[in-house]
Write a protein that binds this ligand. Sequence first.
Ligand code: ZN
Length: 239
Amino acid sequence: MPIDLPRVFVLRRDRGCRISSIVLRYGVAMTLSDARDGQDTIGVFDILRSKILSGELPAGTRLNEKALSDSIGASRGSIREALRRLEEREMVTSRPNAGARVTVHTPEDVIESYFIREALEGLAARLAATRITPQELEQIRRAIDERTEMHSIIVQASRNKRLISQLGERHFDLLRKLRMDFPHMHTAGPDSFFEHEMIYHALKIGDPVLSETVMRQHISRLRMSVSRKFAADERTARE
Ligand SMILES: [Zn+2]
């Protein structure tokens, strides 16, 4: 049985709604016992990660190992390992004697994350200006036109592996979770569209200083806009 679990798979459930097998994208089925023998931690991690990122397991939800093991149909060991990996990503928080919960982030966490993004994504844009390929520029063009995520393409185009690892899947997962917890962060307005255009053109003409400046200004404006919304919420709550 092939054991190399691709990231995209579907779960087949039996009549009792227990997961009876994992059907791989290529149509190869693997029973759970096969998976348990091999790498089912990867599968469990992906299942829990997507439940958190989709809001099915909202912030504060208690994550009971036994209940998760029963509902997902995986061993408690692999649940524990998946929770540990999610904790490394700040998506799960465990406390002694209190168990694990989906992390509750605060407005301060959101503002802090914007400051880090401003510095690191600004650097990514500066490096990308002289390293980006025509194909990546084309991907950014398409992402802007289709209003899809374009920041991760710039991070990859920086060709700096330490920066890529800092701003990798973990960074964008955390952003997705924060956006889920704080709808204020939905910022795909006309200002963002215009700023994305400016970033694209700065990269296209290969100007590192301009690319960094417009990226920093974009993220700084997002931070200030979110910060104003939090302040307004606080005022409303006090009234
Ligand atoms: Zn943006």
